[in-house]
Design a protein around this ligand. Sequence first.
Ligand SMILES: NC(=O)c1ccc[n+]([C@@H]2O[C@H](COP(=O)([O-])OP(=O)(O)OC[C@H]3O[C@@H](n4cnc5c(N)ncnc54)[C@H](O)[C@@H]3O)[C@@H](O)[C@H]2O)c1
Length: 264
Amino acid sequence: MSNRPSGRVSYDNSERIVIVTGGSGGIGWAICEKFAMTNAIVYCFDTQSPPESKLPIHFIHNDVSDESACQASIETVVQQHGGIDVLVNNAAIQPVESFVPLDQLDGELWTKMLAVNVSGYTFMAKHVVRQMKKQNSGVIVNLSSAQAHRTAREVPAYGPTKAANLLQAKQWGIEYGRHGIRVVSVSPGAIDTPLVRASLELQGGEAELANRHPIGRIGKPDEIATAVVWLSSSDASFITAEDLAVDGGLGGLAAFADPYEPID
Ligand SMILES: NC(=O)c1ccc[n+]([C@@H]2O[C@H](COP(=O)([O-])OP(=O)(O)OC[C@H]3O[C@@H](n4cnc5c(N)ncnc54)[C@H](O)[C@@H]3O)[C@@H](O)[C@H]2O)c1
């Protein structure tokens, strides 16, 4: 650990209205907290209740795979506050049963993953964009994944759905650039959340997973939240239709690179 100063950035999101899907756990909760700590008015859309918190984070029970529910929940936020400044499309699933070769992938499971991970992002963005166009402003951040950019054995469903999130962001970014709306994606490496904990052994265990990242550890939810808050701010005003890897160097490590020594 270095004693050198590391620098610090702070944000003010006062009066901004922010919706975070899947905000009750993992990365989504860290994003809700980070926005709330910078004074935004935060709405968590989730199928599960969020943790207890002193922060003023509003909860709306909302399944993102249900378009009419998304529309109604978004309209509720607009009625209460008159606008939406940021949408973070974060709710996604990777059930452990999906870690199988393609020929053993359950059809209903695939349909469910598509409904949440891909259609959910589209439904939320579609109805939020209608409001953002009226405002001539807004930012949408899609949580994609390092797995959108590279393959892994026995992961036939998750990576392809996350790759869709990249192109959704690019498509919407170019479509609405002249309407004052920016759309970006973030591709995390492995982050310490319930989603990753559930499949840790299937991915070789914690030490092995950490070792695949050149930084030598998996990431923390807060490290993704920081990137999302920056991308949503005016400091990122010329960035749209683009992806940001927040992956501890995972994507820079070529397949033929020398492996690292195992971490004890
Ligand atoms: N954890 C990682 O290592 C990692 C890496 C790359 C990308 N990601 C992406 O980051 C995002 C968050 O991942 P996480 O690890 O925090 O996941 P998580 O499983 O810990 O949390 C997901 C949240 O989404 C909610 N949710 C699930 N289905 C929903 C639905 N139909 N409607 C509304 N909410 C729903 C859950 O209740 C939960 O609160 C996802 O898009 C994931 O693909 C995660």
